[in-house]
Design a protein around this ligand. Structure first.
Ligand SMILES: Cc1cc2nc3c(=O)[nH]c(=O)nc-3n(C[C@H](O)[C@H](O)[C@H](O)COP(=O)(O)O)c2cc1C
Length: 373
């Protein structure tokens, strides 16, 4: 039987124009066999209290190795950045060795994997931070979001504003984690500058009211981000560094007064550094006049990955129109380890994801979703 999509692959090896999801992509130093990306997905299956992935985690990622690129769950760079139980940390050598088993499994299955690195900043809760310390942030402004606790959702406290001389220590924590990522065998790192976490808190003036060199002007608010990006480039090389951005994310009161100017600056400064990709959370349902993707595409010459609510049809249309280079599918990858093979079917069928097992549990809803075979 002829597969209309794979046989219609316009130009294998193409990385410069309209292409199908099944066309290879040159993404920085990597050649991806397809443009189907597994985005970062926290699944909270790491071992406590070590915050290390075990054999189950390696199995989960290896099952999904046919993705053009896997990006790991968000991994905490600091022992003081602690979210739900089962989250992963990368601040010591034992954690790096545990991740090596994951990257080995993915590579043995023919895949490629970047590691997403982050720090919660104000979105950490003292009940989880060792010593009951308050969370830290650029400014003493609390997130509007609620933190899930065993007693139900609770508000985040007002964070402690970082002193100027503490900020280099945080950059150092990122640098150490990036080095540990390299030692763990990751193909690159994705710096998590999205979803209201620490780097995002520095970027946006709704959360950053500092009046020193890390606040005020856009250049100053982006300084922390670029210190981290430059550390990643020094360790991995620009061709193995990506970033995640979420200009539409305002859920926890992390707004900006001039997001176009902010993200234009970020795009230009990323372009000057020549990093591999920008991973933008922007649904295709966002009205054309509110989209950041076209601005990023004009200002940034690396690859553009889009995520949020994509289906095979919508993703194919975006690539056909050359509006992005690759598309990430989150919940579809949770439930369909063989998503790439399913996309190749003339009439794809999918397992439905089970939200009850997204963040808690064992292998159920993790490594037991069936494949077509
Ligand atoms: C269970 C779950 C965990 C997630 N964890 C992360 C994460 O660690 N880092 C991140 O940047 N986004 C995270 N996201 C967002 C996803 O990467 C993705 O952007 C989102 O699921 C939207 O894509 P989709 O509509 O294809 O699922 C998570 C989403 C889900 C459902």
């Amino acid at each position: 039987m002829t597969d209309p999509r794979s046989s219609a692959d316009p130009k294998p090896g193409a990385d410069t124009g309209a292409a199908s999801l099944f066309a290879p992509l040159q993404l920085g130093d990597l050649t991806l066999p397809n443009r189907i990306v597994m985005p970062p997905l926290v699944r909270a299956r790491s071992q406590e209290p070590e915050r290390e992935p075990g054999a189950r985690v390696a199995t989960y990622y290896a099952q999904r190795a046919s993705a053009g690129l896997i990006i790991s769950e968000a991994v905490h760079v600091s022992p003081l950045s602690v979210s739900r139980p089962g989250g992963s940390g990368l601040h010591n050598a034992a954690q790096s060795r545990a991740w090596r088993a994951v990257t080995d499994a993915v590579h043995a299955a023919g895949g490629r994997i970047f590691q997403q690195l982050f720090h919660l900043g104000r979105k950490a809760h003292p009940t989880r931070i060792p010593g009951g310390l308050p969370p830290v942030a650029p400014s003493a402004i609390a997130s509007d979001a609620q933190v899930p606790t065993p007693e139900g959702p609770k508000p985040f406290p007002v964070p402690r504003a970082l002193a100027l001389d503490e900020i280099p220590d945080l950059v150092e924590e990122f640098r150490t984690a990036i080095e540990l990522s390299r030692e763990a065998g990751f193909d690159g790192v994705e710096i998590h500058a999205a979803n209201g976490f620490l780097i995002d808190q520095f970027l946006r003036d709704g959360a950053n009211r500092r009046d020193d060199r890390y606040g005020g002007s856009i250049e100053n608010r982006a300084r922390f981000l670029f210190e981290v990006i430059d550390a990643a480039i020094a360790i991995f090389g620009a061709g193995r560094v990506g970033i995640r951005l979420s200009p539409h994310f305002t859920q926890d009161g992390i707004d900006d007064s001039d997001p176009i100017a902010l993200y234009d600056h970020v795009a230009q400064a990323l372009d000057a550094r020549g990093i591999a990709y920008v991973h933008l959370i922007e649904s295709d349902a966002v009205p054309a006049e509110k989209r950041f993707a076209p601005r990023l595409r004009a200002l940034f010459s690396g690859a553009l990955i889009l995520a949020e609510d994509f289906t095979l049809e919508r993703a194919s249309a975006v690539l056909r129109d050359d509006r992005a280079d690759a598309i990430a599918f989150g919940r579809l990858f949770i439930a369909n380890p063989d998503l790439v093979a399913r996309f190749r079917l003339a009439e794809p069928v999918y397992n439905a994801p089970d939200p009850d097992t997204f963040y808690i549990g064992d292998e159920r809803g993790y490594t037991d979703y069936p494949t077509l075979a």
